[in-house]
Design a protein around this ligand. Sequence first.
Ligand code: VGL
Ligand code: ZN
Length: 201
Amino acid sequence: MTKALIIIDVQNDFCPGGALAVSGGDDIVPVINGMMADFDAVILTQDWHPSGHSSFASSHSGKVPFDTTPMPYGLQVLWPDHCVQGTEGAAFHADLQVNADMIIRKGYRPEIDSYSAFYENDQTTPTGLQGYLNERGIKDLTLVGLATDFCVAFSALDAIRLGFRVRVELSACRAIDMDGSLNVALDKMKNAGVVLDMTEV
Ligand code: VGL
Ligand code: ZN
């Protein structure tokens, strides 16, 4: 059985001190490092926005971070400027082991955000990860990283839709949790058939 560990957005801007810090975001780094040896493939995603990206509140006059705005593909949460290409904030956490098989960058198109490792937020523009996994014969995925309620959840739900077996190791994830978004995401994942585990603690 070929299985992959998909490590979502473990980048400085999502860790304490970063532009869109997730509480305890750096606590998961040693947990993830300890998991890698159990997998046939290790894949990292990297949120990788151009400056002035349309998901930034600063790109919309009168908006502040965590407001929402309608986009052609649906309602978009507006974020603080984060993970700008080439900045320290966009770099992986310094302690994360990054001898990965593959790094998927996402969110680099100025006019569209991308939470999922598989599709941008229009749910139709693919990143190519499905093709990569299929060609390698990988059917079992374990997802970890940041943030549980956005990029991890969107990736897990897309993966289920695409027919993968999907496990999210919650002890190696942390959430943004705005307005109950963590519980909503956990319910959606559970109902979709994602296995939610806490086995690393
Ligand atoms: C993420 C908000 C904006 C994430 C990325 O990695 O969950 N959240 N960009
Ligand atoms: Zn982002």
